[in-house]
Design a protein around this ligand. Structure first.
Ligand code: SF4
Length: 567
C-alpha cells in the first residue's frame, strides 16, 4: 500500500490535493479512468507522488503524456523535487537535433529524411552518439556536447520508471516504436479533453496552399492551370480525384532539380496516403484512413488515467466510447472570481460590423485601464482579432500590447509570452486566439494575468473543413452538439487562464451573448454568481472588482506558501 507522505516532497498539500492523489491511486487499478480537477491544485506533483510510490512498490512503468513541449519541461523540473522518481523526457528531433543542416528544416518528414540520409552516409558528425551518463530526471534538451541528444536518449529509456512525452507518440506507430522494450503498465494523459480532437488530426490534415504553390508553380504549368481554373470557377472548394493529383504531381516533380528530392517524396507520400483530397483555399485538405481507434490505443495499457480541468462526465463519456470510471475533485471556491456574460454583443458573422468592432475595441481599451496586473483578450478567430485591430485598438491602449500572430513559431511565441508575463507590475495586454497556444497550456499565476476577456464564440466556419470536422465528431463520438461543446471548451479554457491557484484573482468576461449556452460546461467556481451585463457595464464592474481587492497582497501571500507544481 502506498504511503504518500513518504513520497510527497512538500511540507503541506494544497486544498483538494490529497483527494486528487487518492483518486489517482484508485484509478491506477485497471480500466480507463477520468479525473476532473481544477488547474492549480497541484496535479503534476500529485501524479509524480503516485508514480514515485507505485514504481517503488511494484516496479511499475509509466507513460505521462502532455500536450506541449513546454509542459514536458515543467514536468521534468518538478521531477527534480521527487528523489525517488526516475523519469526521462522523450522529445523529437525538431527540438533536439544539433546538426544545423537538418535542424533548420521545419517540416518533420523532411527533417527525418535528411537525418536518415546523413546517418546512412556517415555524414552527421554527432552520430553515432555515445551513451552518456543518465540523470535521474533526464531531459535531453538540457544536454550540452558533441553527441546527438536524440539518439543518445533513445539508448537509455528502458532504465527509467517513467517517460514523459507529447501526444503524437501515443498514436503514431512509427514514433511509439521507439518505446519498444520499455513496456509501460500505465498511461497518464494530462489535459485529456484534447485527446479526441488530437486523434482527429491524424484523419484530417491541411497543407497551406500558398506554400505549396510557391514551390509547384515554379516547377510546372499544370499546377498553375489548376489554381487558375479554381479561381475562374468561383467555387469555394473543389474535390480533386486522388489519382489525378498523384499523376499531376509526378509530372511536375519529374524534372525538378535534385534539391527537390525530399520535398517530392514528402508531398507524394502525403497525397498517396490520403483517401480524398479537397482544394479549399487557403488549404489543401487531405482526408486519411487510420488503422484502429482511439480506444484501441488506450486498451494496450493495464490502466489509463485521463486528467482534465474541464471535462464534464457527460462529455467525457460521449467522447471515449469505452467503459469509464469518472471522478470529479470539485472545489466550489477557487480563487476570487467575478464572471460576466455580455448580453448585448456577438461576433456572429451576420451581425459583425465596423461599428460593433469599434464599440468592443474602445470598451476593452477602457477596461484595460481598470485592470491591475496583466489582461488577456482571447478572440474566437484571427479574423475577429484583426477586426479589433482594424478598429484602432493599438492606438486606443496605453499599456504594452502583445499580439499573437497566426504564423508565429513556438520559439517566437514563448519569447513573447515571457515578455508579457514580465510586465505584470505595470500591466500589459495579450491579444490571442481561443484554442491557440497562449490560451491553453500556458499558466498566468498572480499578476501575470488577472483579467481574461473571451471575445466571441468559436463556432466552426460553414466551409468544407468545418463540415468534415463535424462529420468526424458525429461518426466517432456520441456528442449531441460537438461544435458547440468544442467552442465552449476552448472559451472556458481561455477564461480560466488567470485563476491557476486558490489565491489567484480573476475578472472573467465572456463577450458574446451566445456564451449562455456554455453555462452548463463551466466549472462551479466560474459559474457561481455569473452576471449578465451590457458591454459598457464591464468597465465599472472591473473598476469595482479591482478597487475592492489588492492583488499585490495576494501575490505576497501566495509567495509565502510552500511551492508546489504549477499544473
Ligand atoms: S543524428 Fe541527431 S544530430 Fe545528426 S542529423 Fe540526426 S537528429 Fe540531427
Amino acid at each position: 500500500m502506498c504511503r504518500i507522505e513518504d513520497h510527497f516532497p512538500y511540507p503541506t498539500m494544497r486544498r483538494g490535493q490529497a483527494e486528487f492523489i487518492n483518486a489517482v491511486l484508485r484509478s491506477l487499478k485497471g480500466g480507463i479512468n477520468v479525473i476532473e480537477a481544477p488547474s492549480g491544485l497541484g496535479k503534476t506533483s500529485g501524479v509524480l507522488s503516485a508514480i514515485s510510490c507505485l514504481s517503488e512498490l511494484e516496479g511499475a512503468k509509466f507513460i505521462y503524456a502532455v500536450r506541449t513541449h513546454s509542459q514536458v519541461s515543467r514536468v521534468m523540473e518538478e521531477c527534480l523535487k521527487f528523489p525517488k522518481v526516475k523519469m526521462i523526457a522523450l522529445r523529437g528531433k525538431g527540438g533536439l537535433c544539433i546538426n544545423w543542416k537538418v535542424r533548420r528544416i521545419k517540416n518533420n518528414f523532411l527533417m527525418n529524411m535528411k537525418c536518415e540520409e546523413l546517418r546512412k552516409l556517415g555524414s552527421c558528425p554527432y552520430y553515432p552518439p555515445k551513451i552518456r551518463e543518465a540523470r535521474r530526471c533526464h531531459d535531453p534538451i538540457l544536454l550540452k556536447g558533441n553527441y546527438c541528444p536524440y539518439y543518445s536518449s533513445l539508448g537509455i529509456i528502458n532504465g527509467y520508471d517513467a517517460v514523459v512525452l507529447c501526444y503524437p507518440y501515443l498514436f503514431e506507430e512509427e514514433l511509439y516504436s521507439v518505446l519498444r522494450g520499455f513496456n509501460p503498465d500505465y498511461l497518464i494523459i494530462d489535459e485529456a479533453h484534447n485527446l479526441r480532437r488530437f486523434w482527429f488530426s491524424r484523419i484530417v490534415a491541411t497543407l497551406e496552399l500558398e506554400k505549396l504553390e510557391r514551390v509547384l508553380s515554379s516547377l510546372c504549368e499544370r499546377w498553375s492551370d489548376l489554381m487558375r481554373s479554381l479561381q475562374r470557377s468561383r467555387m469555394q472548394s473543389l474535390e480533386i480525384p486522388r489519382n489525378y493529383l498523384i499523376y499531376l504531381l509526378r509530372e511536375c516533380l519529374s524534372s525538378s532539380p535534385k534539391s527537390f528530392e525530399h520535398f517530392s517524396k514528402w508531398i507524394l507520400s502525403e497525397v498517396e496516403g490520403s483517401k480524398r483530397i479537397i482544394l479549399e483555399p487557403p488549404n489543401l485538405i487531405l482526408l486519411k484512413e487510420v488503422d484502429g481507434s482511439l480506444e484501441e490505443s488506450l486498451k494496450r495499457f493495464k490502466s489509463v488515467l485521463l486528467i482534465s480541468g474541464t471535462w464534464s462526465e457527460e462529455v467525457a463519456r460521449g467522447e471515449v466510447l469505452e467503459e469509464l470510471n469518472y471522478e470529479r475533485i470539485s472545489l466550489d471556491r477557487w480563487g476570487e472570481v467575478a464572471s460576466f456574460i455580455v448580453r448585448d454583443f456577438t461576433t456572429r458573422f451576420e451581425e459583425r460590423s465596423r461599428l460593433e468592432f469599434y464599440r468592443v475595441a474602445s470598451t476593452l481599451a477602457e477596461l484595460s485601464e481598470a485592470v491591475v496586473g496583466n489582461m488577456g483578450i482571447f478572440t474566437s478567430s484571427y479574423e475577429v482579432l484583426q477586426g479589433v485591430l482594424d478598429a484602432g485598438f493599438e492606438n486606443m491602449v496605453e499599456k504594452p500590447l502583445f499580439i499573437e500572430r497566426k504564423d508565429m513559431d513556438s520559439h517566437e511565441l514563448s519569447k513573447m509570452i515571457s515578455e508579457f508575463k514580465s510586465m505584470s507590475s505595470i500591466g500589459a495586454i495579450l491579444l490571442g486566439v481561443q484554442g491557440g497556444r497562449s490560451s491553453e497550456g500556458e499558466d498566468f499565476p498572480g499578476l501575470q494575468m488577472t483579467a481574461s476577456i473571451v471575445l466571441g464564440l468559436q463556432l466552426s466556419k460553414p466551409n468544407t473543413l468545418g463540415r468534415v470536422q463535424e462529420i468526424l465528431w458525429r461518426k466517432y463520438t456520441r456528442l449531441e452538439d460537438p461544435t458547440l461543446i468544442n467552442a465552449c471548451r476552448s472559451a472556458i479554457q481561455a477564461a480560466a487562464r488567470p485563476v491557476r491557484a486558490q489565491d489567484d484573482i480573476g475578472f472573467i468576461a465572456f463577450v458574446d451573448r451566445r456564451f449562455s449556452y456554455c453555462l452548463g460546461m463551466m466549472p462551479p467556481w466560474m459559474r457561481r454568481g455569473i452576471k449578465y451585463v451590457r458591454l459598457e457595464d464591464l468597465v465599472p464592474s472591473a473598476q469595482e472588482f479591482f478597487n475592492r481587492r489588492s492583488p499585490m497582497k495576494r501575490v505576497d501571500v501566495a509567495e509565502d506558501m510552500p511551492s508546489s507544481s504549477e499544473s
